[in-house]
Ligand binder design. Sequence first.
Ligand SMILES: Nc1ncnc2c1ncn2[C@@H]1O[C@H](COP(=O)(O)OP(=O)(O)O)[C@@H](O)[C@H]1O
Ligand SMILES: [Mg+2]
Length: 236
Amino acid sequence: MTTESCEHAVGLQDVVKSYTRSDGDVHALAGITVAFEPGVATAITGTSGSGKSTLLFIVGGLDRPTSGEVSVKGQCLNTLSDDALADLRRDHLGFVFQNYHLMPTLSVCENVMLPLAPALGIGLAARGRALHCIERVGLEHRINHLPGELSGGEQQRVALARALANEPSIILADEPTGNLDSASADVILSLLLELAENDGRTVLLTSHSESVAKRCGRRIRIEHGALVDDDYPKDA
Ligand SMILES: Nc1ncnc2c1ncn2[C@@H]1O[C@H](COP(=O)(O)OP(=O)(O)O)[C@@H](O)[C@H]1O
Ligand SMILES: [Mg+2]
């Protein structure tokens, strides 16, 4: 990878991801070169199966590309061991998924404290940090509730608070509004936009909703694993 492409918050160079299946090879990503910068929320759009989640997982180091190179915060992921990749995820990346992925037997506060446990334990420091993140998503009145006692929109706000716990500079959200009614989707999207535009974080979110994509500073579209459209910036 060139020095220049390592300078972006996130950089991909000719990234291919293929899966071998009984009915032949699937190229989930067919050679993608793109970079993402701080302060912008980018919507990754495309029909189901176009490769959106694969792209996000590879950027997040949850999956490795078949070929090509990925850099996050100047570090080329290809050269990192699994342990180093886990460290990078913890220090720089926050993940949000469509189905929230909260622990059902833990309270809101405990869920948000979970990613803090390795560094801060479960004492007052962790609790204070968790409360700060919970306030950020406006759920301070729900800290002792269980996820099952919350609406879908509230659960996704908890998931976002948990993603913020380690103060990541990059947020990756896979269909974060996919299960939500339009009012709850609006709240989540507004929070994600604020994290990019006010805090200067790099936010990537996948969505097949045009109305979600339209509000983002940048939109890219993927078809059959290839980048076919890149509207950037929205108001240029
Ligand atoms: N683990 C896997 N094994 C085989 N094929 C996969 C796997 N993950 C994704 N795919 C295939 O890769 C393509 C892209 O999938 P995905 O990134 O999930 O698309 P999207 O998120 O846009 O719906 C699809 O054809 C999907 O079936
Ligand atoms: Mg997907």
